[in-house]
Design a binder for this molecule. Structure first.
Ligand code: URA
Length: 206
């Protein structure tokens, strides 16, 4: 979809993102990384911040960890209409460092505006940084992953970051289990049909 084809509210939002100088990250960015997937989606997937590939291409999760995430989403029969992928911060932190609390705070107004446009019912928080900055809790991700947090009319599922899974393949089953729980929640809420065939974990996760 070209910029002109976007709804007016989205055009205004993207302009606000592209001209944002709310923190110092704007100085070193190549591109502001806002989203990929559907404009309105029942599922919002939130990562930490853009890496080198994302900064270059202007889309979130397009590097190695994005491929791992996409493979799992595909195997679980998610389609692009089902999700909207974004990050806690929209500009790449230098050297891929973790965004600071100030940077996350500076970006929160835009994330809130994005949330209001997308209107998700289910939120998948990928990794400890997304979990901490989105919920304000400092609990370790290993303790909270896989457990639903219910808030007003939406459901939050914290899980491991795909980049962590790339470094710790033994934790892959946990990510898959959390994604499956998300999928089942979307079925329960009437947004998705059940899986067309049972998952075969050994084969799909090999
Ligand atoms: N890691 C993230 O958290 N987000 C991206 O967009 C890419 C890698």
């Amino acid at each position: 979809m070209t910029f002109e084809d976007l709804p007016t509210a989205w055009q205004g939002f993207l302009q606000a993102c592209n001209s944002c100088k709310n923190c110092d990250l704007h100085q070193s960015r190549d591109q502001v990384v806002v989203y990929r997937g559907s404009l309105a989606a029942p599922l919002m997937i939130i990562g930490e911040g853009p890496g080198r590939e994302e900064d270059k291409l202007g889309k979130p999760f397009v590097g190695r960890s994005g491929r791992l995430l996409d493979d799992a989403l595909l195997a679980l029969e998610f389609s692009e209409e089902d999700f909207h992928i974004c990050n806690i911060v929209k500009c790449r932190p230098p050297e891929n460092r973790t965004p600071t609390e100030e940077e996350a705070k500076a970006c929160r107004r835009l994330l809130n505006a994005q949330f209001a446009l997308v209107k998700p019912r289910v939120i998948l928080l990928c990794g400890s940084t997304a979990y901490r900055y989105f919920t304000g809790s400092k609990e370790p991700i290993s303790r909270v992953r896989g457990q639903w947090i219910e808030q007003k009319s939406f459901y939050i599922m914290p899980t491991f970051h795909p980049a962590y899974i790339l470094r710790n393949m033994s934790k892959r089953a946990e990510l898959w289990s959390d994604l499956l729980a998300v999928r089942e929640k979307l079925v329960e809420l009437g947004f998705k049909a059940p899986l067309s065939k049972p998952l075969c974990p050994e084969k799909d996760q090999a």
